[in-house]
Design a protein around this ligand. Structure first.
Ligand code: AOF
Ligand code: ZN
Length: 376
């Protein structure tokens, strides 16, 4: 017989799996997974499951309770984030209230919601209503899943993942920035799936000019999950004929420029369907990355996937914003001079075990990949 802790971890793992399905779709809200479990003759059984819906409402718990109906009475609720205790204009009964009204006897929660409107109040109110509350089950996994939400509410910026693909000899592009076909099909598909779990994809104008990418999710069934595309373009060099701009009517395109970028260029991009936002310049005339990220957080973005280029990646890491770094390495060398994928500043940080830890590594198709997570 598994003990209660093991049972709790198993149902929480299921709740985390459900919550992960909503990643990239629920901003400005976190994607919360919830499972309602009731003891039956054959042991505990799931009577309701749910996760936060696109746009952030209904909340995960509401979905699970809708499915469970009367079966929630006397049940245990597993939830990946502290249930909300607040009432907002967006409506809906707070999840704490729904939990009490449903007659739930026990709540197992992975972590406290750092949103100052909640911050422990959800758990406290449940306990005051006589419900047994267990917290911290699979907390590490939950913290990772909710990192975008946590950083947005505690630091006012989204979480950022920087991803770079390199040849066996370490290049992201050919001489003069020429585009290279680096990744194999399987890892290309994996990147498309990863993209779909982020709220926005961000890249520097250098990569846009070199590659003319579309940056949408092109996997069957996932096309509608394309994140917002964000271009860091201090002087507004983005040509209105770029593929990114052509698609702006169907997938949002936000261009972040410096305050002094030409107004005429802004007008051309806006006429083509893009939105232009402005931030200050920082060192060496580059955009102030911190200000750009804070701006994106105020627009509701919680998770950013940055696909380049190498200079943007290095800057994100040096300024402490690259929460995760994904490096994929192909078995094929370029065999000449090119654009270095992992620049020296980033390489030094990734090699420092006090700053980054390798949290995942493996093989996808012919490519090798590593995920580095910032730990300090
Ligand atoms: C939950 N379950 O599924 C989510 C929660 O704007 P509102 O009213 O939807 O509230 C959003 C806040 O609620 C959000 O900032 C976060 O703290 C929490 N999200 N809570 O109980 C959920 N998505
Ligand atoms: Zn809620």
């Amino acid at each position: 017989m598994p003990d209660l802790d093991e049972i709790d971890r198993a149902f929480m793992a299921r709740a985390l799996e459900l919550g992960a399905r909503g990643l990239g779709q629920t901003w400005p809200n976190p994607s919360v997974g919830a499972v309602v479990v009731r003891d039956g003759p054959g042991g505990p059984a799931v009577v309701g499951e749910g996760y936060t819906q696109p746009g952030g409402r209904p909340h995960g718990e509401a979905m699970a309770f809708d499915q469970a109906g009367d079966a929630a009475s006397g049940a245990t609720l597993y939830v990946t984030l502290e249930p909300c205790s607040h009432r907002t204009l967006r409506g809906g009964t707070p999840c704490v209230e729904r939990t009490v009204l449903a007659g739930v006897r026990r709540v197992v929660s992975a972590m406290t919601d750092p949103n100052p409107q909640i911050a422990g109040l959800g758990h406290a109110l449940l306990r005051m209503a006589g419900i047994e509350v267990v917290t911290g089950v699979l907390e590490e996994q939950a913290q990772r899943s909710h990192r975008g939400h946590v950083l947005r509410v505690t630091q006012g910026r989204p979480m950022v993942t920087f991803k770079v693909a390199r040849t066996a000899d370490g290049f992201a592009g050919g001489a003069g920035g020429a585009r290279l076909a680096i990744s194999c099909r399987e890892s290309g598909e994996w990147v498309h799936r990863l993209r779909a779990s982020y709220d926005a994809i961000m890249l520097g104008i250098g990569s846009v000019l070199a590659d003319d990418p579309l940056l949408t999710v092109r996997l069957p069934g996932l096309e509608i999950r394309s994140p917002v595309r964000v271009v860091l373009d201090s002087s507004l060099r983005l040509p209105p004929a770029a593929k990114l701009v052509e698609g702006a009517a169907s997938v949002p395109l936000w261009v972040i420029a410096a305050e002094d970028a030409p107004v005429a260029a802004e007008e051309r991009l806006v006429a083509a369907g893009a939105e232009v936002m402005r931030v200050s310049r920082a060192a060496a005339g580059h955009l102030d990355l911190g200000e750009a990220l804070r701006l994106l957080a105020t627009r509701g973005i919680t998770r950013i996937f940055s696909e380049g280029g190498p200079t943007v990646g290095e800057q994100l890491a040096l300024q402490g914003f690259a929460d995760e770094v994904v490096v994929s390495t192909s078995p094929k060398p370029l065999g000449g001079e090119g654009v270095v994928a992992v620049r020296p500043g980033l390489a030094a940080l990734l090699a420092d075990p006090e700053i980054y830890a390798v949290t995942e590594a493996g093989q996808i198709g012919c490519d090798r990949f590593e995920v580095f997570t910032r730990i300090a």
